[in-house]
Design a protein around this ligand. Structure first.
Ligand code: XMP
Length: 331
């Protein structure tokens, strides 16, 4: 019968059977629960032949790179190399508006980073890491791919998750995806097993998409300082959720920068400024979701904190769409 302990044993056995005794492996760490659990599991099998890489892709939240690197240092005893790829990534995204094009560009840039890391590793150690660990989950796979053998081309394809459908066709790495058959709650249970003992700081974090804020700035992410505005709004929003003791009741909460301007009044001045949408959902597995029914007091507080704290925002709206028909992210 199905037990999470057995999943751990089976996945570890698969890695032992696949990766040769001299092979080296790269792991893409994001700071979220999936990649942290995947890395910890692979580390149990391969030890120091696993090399973890955290990429600052320029699409992270407020102070996220420093905070995540600190958490790795203090709680997770795996060596992690940080690579700053933000300039290249943002240049590549310049002018891209279509959500699928954005995801594919981001997937390809992630792979470029891992490829350069592998090339450098080969120069220094005379051996090329041929495997890449990713924290891909079952829902990422289903939402990215039409069901095999059905002849249905796109009807089930919702979005190309950057780590599945967003990968380049000529990928040189063999993927190791120990969570590919699991849902998020199962990954959390796996991470909590004494054999892995992943710190709660990772287990309880809200999910965050690999393409980061790029799917939360609608359209071209490089225009008009949108990323910075979004970072400030998101920080206020999440802190307010924590102040109200709601963080653990919510599956995921975030702000979205809309590519429109609205007329407002601040002091006695007319303004023509940015609009942000707030989203918060409850969910069991990310495949379906309900919008979170905040109390009016919360909405009032967060709206005034945002408009007072972020000068260029004069309107805050709350997204009351479930999934379906909406997805959790807006792109
Ligand atoms: P959607 O928006 O499809 O999201 O309802 C379901 C869950 O997946 C996350 N998400 C992604 N995660 N790469 C990821 O690693 C992606 O391209 C991606 N797109 C969406 C989303 O944040 C939510 O938790």
């Amino acid at each position: 019968d199905w037990k999470i302990e057995n999943v751990l044993e089976e996945e570890m056995a698969k890695i032992r059977a696949t990766v040769g005794p001299k092979d080296h492996v790269i792991c893409a760490l994001s700071g979220g629960v999936d990649s942290t659990v995947a890395a910890t599991l692979v580390h149990q099998v391969l030890g120091d032949r696993l090399h973890c890489v955290f990429v600052d892709n320029g699409l992270l939240r407020y102070k996220e790179a420093e905070r995540v690197m600190d958490t790795f240092k203090n709680h997770l005893h795996l060596p992690v190399t940080m690579i700053d790829h933000s300039e290249v990534m943002l240049n590549r995204l310049k002018g891209l508006k279509d959500p699928e094009e954005k995801r594919k560009a981001i997937g390809a840039e992630f792979i470029n980073v891992f490829q350069s890391f592998a090339d450098k590793f080969e120069k220094e150690h005379g051996i090329t890491p041929r495997y890449l660990v990713q924290g891909t989950l079952y829902p990422d796979v289903i939402e990215s791919c039409p069901p095999p053998g059905t002849g249905q081309k796109h009807s089930h394809m919702i979005k190309s998750h950057h780590n599945v459908g967003g990968l380049p066709k000529d990928l040189k790495f063999t993927l190791i995806e120990p969570l590919r058959e699991l849902f998020k709650d199962e990954v959390r249970a796996l991470g909590r097993l004494p054999a892995l003992n992943v710190p709660e700081a990772f287990i309880t974090r809200h999910p965050f998409p690999g393409p980061g804020l790029a799917v939360r700035v609608l359209g071209d992410v490089t225009e008009g300082g949108a990323l910075d505005v979004l970072r400030q709004v998101d920080e206020i929003y999440i802190n307010t959720i924590r102040d109200f003791g709601l963080y653990d009741k919510i599956w995921q909460a975030f702000a979205v920068f809309l590519p429109v301007r609205s007329v407002g009044v601040q002091g006695d001045q007319r303004t023509h400024s940015s609009v942000v949408a707030l989203r918060a959902v409850t969910s069991g597995d990310g495949m379906t979701a309900d919008w979170y029914p905040f109390e009016p007091k919360f909405l009032q507080t967060v709206s005034s904190r945002i408009c007072n704290g972020v000068r260029s925002v004069n309107r805050v709206v709350y997204d009351i769409t479930s999934k379906p028909p909406g997805t959790i992210e807006w792109e």
